[in-house]
Design a protein around this ligand. Sequence first.
Ligand code: NAG
Ligand code: NAG
Ligand code: NAG
Ligand code: NAG
Ligand code: NAG
Length: 399
Amino acid sequence: MVVLPRIFGRRRCTGNLEVVSLLITATLCLLVTLQIYLQDKKSQTLREDKILRKQKSEPQTWPDMFLNSVPKCTKNSSASKIQNFSTLPKDIQDFLFYQHCRHFPMLLNNPGKCGGPQNSADVFLLLVVKSSPSNYDRREVLRKTWALERLHSGVWIRTVFISGTTGDGYEKERLNKLLELENREYQDILQWDFVDTFYNLTLKQVLFLEWMERFCPDVHFLLNGDDDIFANTDNMVQYLKGLDDNDGSKHLFTGHLNQYMEPIRQQGSKYFVPVQIHKPEIYPPYCGGGGFLLSQFTSRIIYNMSHSIPLLPIDDAYMGMCLEKAGLQPRHHIGVRTFGLYVPSGQHEAYNPCYYREVLLVHRFLPYQIYIMWHEIHREDLNCTKRTKGNENSEIFMH
Ligand SMILES: *[C@@H]1O[C@H](CO)[C@@H](O)[C@H](O)[C@H]1NC(C)=O
Ligand SMILES: *[C@@H]1O[C@H](CO)[C@@H](O)[C@H](O)[C@H]1NC(C)=O
Ligand SMILES: *[C@@H]1O[C@H](CO)[C@@H](O)[C@H](O)[C@H]1NC(C)=O
Ligand SMILES: *[C@@H]1O[C@H](CO)[C@@H](O)[C@H](O)[C@H]1NC(C)=O
Ligand SMILES: *[C@@H]1O[C@H](CO)[C@@H](O)[C@H](O)[C@H]1NC(C)=O
């Protein structure tokens, strides 16, 4: 009883010291931990900074002509002196004011799409899909289906979506941001700073051909098409590999052939072209713009010809004009059905995968239909032994 308080007292005394030293140690420990944590955090931010800076600095390696050095193209006000100008629709007037503009700065580029110009012969088929900024859902589904970048039967398929800008002010900024985000994830968008309208599709096409000559000059073949088609790219590779000259060094331009087509002179039509823009009453033969295949050889010639032919607001007919000037003919391919398939009986049969397994291309598909069909035609248990009417498939791979 006597000892206890003493011991207790002593312990209490040392206890105080222990508590104090414990507190000091703890505080020191805390400080050291905090210091380490802060240093860690700092170096992590530095690392992120470096990555960001690296990403940001990439565009600066683009050749000058594709950035700021493109002079802003000015409106040709004297276009309004064209006969009966004031009676023309607003978008045709707009076309005439800016018809001479052929150079626009790039907002998004992928200079390394084909592994650099000198390695671009490694790309067998480049899929070039015209897509305007808001068609996000279409691009998403194409990336998962027929436009998936891949090695197929020993050759490379690569994809670019080509786009201008749409919307005004804030909306335009947001849509540009969307493309930037997509491009960061997939590296598959080429975007120029022009207004993406129907009458500007020829401009888009010519800008692409210019881009290709610079960044992917030795690609063998191109599929040029819209973002609402179903393209059986497996079959396309098979067809192109089967050609006598399958390195793209010979003339090839094939799709759904349109002949003896007349410019539409009715105001109000989507395809309206007044005589002030195109005088002849007939277009040269051309392939429907929904989708066509061409060789590297032919794409270079078309680009070369385009310099001396004023832009026409109808992009596919313009390709025909370039071919005609070069003395080359477009050809019909039975597997390209830009006007849809003729399917004899009803709704159900219209989506019979046996038809789509055999064609090269069909126009006008909704994103979900593309998704389903791509999976259906690749099903291992798909049995197409029973010949379906209207499906003369053996002709498709013959030229
Ligand atoms: C401007 O339009 C007029 C009338 O069509 C044309 O004669 C002239 O060549 C155009 N100028 C340019 C730079 O395209
Ligand atoms: C211009 O309008 C006049 C009167 O409507 C018409 O006679 C003439 O053919 C038109 N010219 C062109 C090039 O459209
Ligand atoms: C084509 O793009 C240019 C550049 O953005 C624009 O000024 C012009 O209005 C567009 N033309 C049409 C017909 O939309
Ligand atoms: C078009 O081809 C000709 C003949 O090969 C060549 O002289 C000319 O420079 C080419 N033009 C362009 C713009 O590529
Ligand atoms: C496919 O269908 C045909 C006719 O219905 C049948 O004779 C054939 O055995 C089937 N083949 C397979 C692999 O199921």
